[in-house]
Design a protein around this ligand. Structure first.
Ligand code: AMP
Ligand code: MG
Length: 280
């Protein structure tokens, strides 16, 4: 998923701890084979190529949640942005701004309403021509949750799983007041400053990083795309979300980077999802 995973855990039996951690990493690797869009043989890539197919339980579960976030965020988050991310990724690599025409063509494939799902057969159909799925904004969080689940199956509850900054923490480590996390605090002269925060039994995800961007005509374009314009975001905003699951934290952090309604953030708070936005 284009990132490193890290696990920290406490358990008196070190060989059990080691076994649990290695199984958790295996679980992450299996999920990478499903969700990676860098890997052209992943399940997601093959589904995007075919435009139609029966999907695994994992892909079904994450797609259901992704569609829910897509609908509730009114398309700020959109799991069908794949053609646009592909175009922008190439632009990032070649350091060359995409043409207006290429952006229009890719944008025409995007729209979560063009996904048809059949709960009985678990068949997924991508109705728009050229439509591609992109789980880059949600699958990392899901993998973090799944790794944590493996640890719990081993009876390990004092643990942290970190998927490149999207993380989940369990019970408090011995002698601590929680898990100490560095969290973006302010943006000063275009760069984030950090503060320490302590968390227990929650997930935390951050979006809108200031490191992955393309510079063009003095503007910075983010790897997060506004599906409605087809363009990388140019706002300087960092969003931190805490939520019961890392899948939710990851997805909503990306959605709020693009922009969601105030009223929705109130509803989300009732679901234990809290969104903090910092801007320059
Ligand atoms: P994150 O770092 O979690 O904010 O996810 C960013 C990644 O999600 C990008 O690298 C794209 O693969 C994908 N993405 C970009 N824009 C969107 C969007 N508006 N909705 C859903 N996924 C997106
Ligand atoms: Mg995300």
């Amino acid at each position: 998923m284009g990132t490193d995973f890290r696990i920290v855990l406490y358990h008196p039996d070190s060989s059990l701890a080691r076994e649990a951690a290695s199984e958790a990493f295996e679980r992450v690797a299996d999920l990478e084979n499903i969700f990676s869009d860098y890997d052209e043989n992943s399940e997601v890539s093959r589904l995007s190529d075919a435009g139609n197919g029966e999907v695994s339980d994992e892909l079904w579960e994450v797609l259901e949640y992704a569609l829910d976030v897509s609908a509730r965020s009114e398309g700020a988050f959109d799991v069908t942005v794949g053609a646009l991310t592909k175009l922008w990724r190439k632009a990032f690599r070649q350091k060359e701004f995409p043409s207006e025409r290429d952006i229009e063509v890719a944008k025409a494939t995007v729209g979560y309403k063009g996904i048809k799902t059949n709960p009985r057969t678990r068949n997924v159909k991508l109705k728009n021509k050229g439509m591609r799925l992109d789980f880059g904004a949600i699958a990392k969080g899901y993998a973090v949750d799944e790794a944590m689940e493996v640890l719990r199956d081993y009876g390990i509850y004092v643990a942290l799983v970190d998927g490149g900054g999207d993380l989940r923490v369990g019970n408090t480590p011995p002698g601590q007041k929680g898990w100490e996390i560095e969290q973006p605090d302010k943006i000063v002269n275009g760069e984030p400053t950090y503060k320490k925060a302590w968390y227990v039994n929650t997930a935390v995800a951050t979006s809108g990083d200031t490191y992955r961007y393309l510079e063009h005509d003095g503007k910075r374009y983010s790897h997060i795309i506004d599906p409605r314009t087809g363009m990388g975001l140019t706002n300087r905003r960092i969003v931190t979300v805490t939520a019961p699951t890392c899948m939710a934290a990851d997805a909503w952090a990306t959605a709020a980077s693009v922009g969601i309604k105030k009223l929705l953030t109130v509803d989300l708070r009732e679901e234990g999802i809290s969104i903090q936005i910092i801007e320059e």
